[in-house]
Design a protein around this ligand. Structure first.
Ligand code: C2G
Length: 130
């Protein structure tokens, strides 16, 4: 069984998130998603997510293309997660291009093109302006 793993915050779940999860799942047989905790998201983006980690996890785990979810507590634990979940392929959007190449000794690393014209940050801006 080919296991795929991916990571993200998935705040204000949108079509770009769905597309990458579906495409990731198509690369193998089993998709595991590491969901950034609220604390990790704060350290990455200096703001709290709109949706709590529990809400974000509840959404992701219900998707047909997702087989397993867990909380990603720290970017520094990435290698441990890859080993623990026995990932064959790490998939990320190409905004992370090159950033995870160091794990190519553990599993295959693939960057997929981001869905254009949508992001959580832009959604927040649009809603603010309405
Ligand atoms: N994404 C996408 N197209 C978009 C927006 C996002 O393909 N228009 C992808 C991103 O490239 C990422 C995933 O959706 O692979 C989740 O995006 P975010 O929630 O923004 O994830 P991020 O906070 O960047 O966390 O350890 C890695 C990090 O935890 C990734």
């Amino acid at each position: 069984m080919k296991k795929i793993i991916t990571f993200g915050t998935f705040d204000l779940f949108h079509i770009g998130h769905l597309q990458i999860l579906k495409r990731a799942r198509e690369l193998g047989d089993y998709l595991i998603v590491g969901i950034s905790t609220d604390a990790l998201n704060y350290s990455k983006k200096q703001r709290n997510p709109i949706c709590s980690q529990k809400q974000r996890m509840d959404i992701i785990r219900e998707l047909r293309c997702v087989d397993e979810v867990f909380f990603e507590d720290s970017l520094a634990l990435k290698r441990e997660y890859l080993v623990e979940y026995e990932a064959d392929v790490l998939v990320m959007g190409d905004d992370w291009e090159g950033r995870f190449d160091e794990f190519k000794d553990t599993c295959k690393v693939e960057y997929l093109p981001r869905t254009p014209c949508i992001s959580t940050t832009e959604l927040i801006e649009i809603v603010k302006e309405i």
